[in-house]
Design a binder for this molecule. Structure first.
Ligand SMILES: Nc1ncnc2c1ncn2[C@@H]1O[C@H](COP(=O)(O)OP(=O)(O)OP(=O)(O)O)[C@@H](O)[C@H]1O
Length: 270
């Protein structure tokens, strides 16, 4: 279940968007976005609730309707069938079967990805590895329905890791987790990016998570406010944190004079 990355004209970028526009219902939810997501790095997609993060991710994985403009993923048009085994997508709600154990969940999805008797031992290996990756080896026999929210999220992540995808798209993977679990998950994301050269696109509405990313896409109301590294963003705005830089950019975009604000990150996200 290994898929070698293809060499393409867009080798430097795992995702390339030009004029990306999405209409949901009667609303234009994404408005002509231009951005690149570098390969083998962790890109944070940050912005307030409702700004369009999930819509952007759904566009990238090919499950969003009414998408226009250019959107290339791993060198192919988003949504192309050949991309399916190369992308892992974890939605906000954990997609696991509550009445199956952790291992049974993984066995089931491994069989869907890599069916047939001939691949049984490869599947077993992939399942054991994915369970170890998300640190659930001590819970393989537990019913998913009896796990905590954070543990269920990690089962979902393990499912996404099964096919050793080149691109992992994670929609608010740390929401509702305690600080220790959040830290551990971010450490796992870095291990995945560094050891496997996997590209990660991770959304969050908590600005302090921006500091853990290699590069950032800051969004607001369906538009990209900034595309930069955390260091460059702080240097460019003269702010001490990404959170303050975000507020300054919001003020600039609204034509207001910038003010230094000091609010809790959770408050800023509202
Ligand atoms: N099915 C739909 N029909 C019409 N509008 C929708 C639909 N789903 C979402 N929207 C709108 O699209 C906008 C972007 O939603 P989206 O879920 O992408 O935001 P988000 O940044 O991921 O939010 P959150 O952080 O709360 O998950 C919102 O204003 C939302 O109301």
């Amino acid at each position: 279940m290994n898929y070698a990355p293809e060499s393409t004209a867009t080798d430097g970028a795992a995702i390339r968007a030009r004029g990306l526009t999405v209409v949901r219902g009667t609303r234009t939810v994404l408005r002509g976005l231009d951005f690149d997501v570098p390969r083998g790095r962790i890109t944070g997609l940050l912005g307030p609730s409702g700004c369009g993060k999930t819509t952007l991710m759904r566009s990238v994985v090919g499950t969003q309707a009414k998408v226009s403009g250019t959107l290339e993923v791993l060198g192919h048009p988003a949504g192309e069938a050949s991309l399916r085994p190369r992308i892992g997508y974890v939605t906000q709600a954990p997609s696991v079967y509550d009445d199956l154990t952790v291992r049974q969940n993984l066995d089931y999805f491994a069989a869907v990805l890599d069916p047939g008797r001939a691949s049984a031992s490869r599947r077993r290996e992939a399942v054991t590895q994915a369970i170890a990756d998300v640190d659930l080896a001590t819970h393989t026999g537990a019913l998913a329905g009896n796990l905590s929210g954070g543990q269920r999220s990690r089962v979902s992540l393990a499912v996404a890791l099964l096919g050793t995808p080149e691109l992992l798209v994670l929609d608010e993977p740390t929401v509702g987790l305690d600080p220790v679990l959040r830290r551990d998950l971010w450490a796992l994301f870095h291990t995945i990016a560094e050891q496997r050269r996997t590209t990660l696109l991770v959304s969050s509405h908590v600005m302090d998570e921006a500091e853990r990313c290699h590069s950032l896409l800051l969004m607001r109301e369906g538009e990209i406010l900034a595309e930069d590294t955390p260091d460059a963003l702080r240097a460019r705005t003269g702010c001490a944190t990404v959170e303050e830089a975000f507020l300054q950019l919001v003020d600039e975009a609204a034509g207001r004079p910038a003010v230094q604000q000091h609010q809790a990150p959770e408050e800023l996200a509202r």
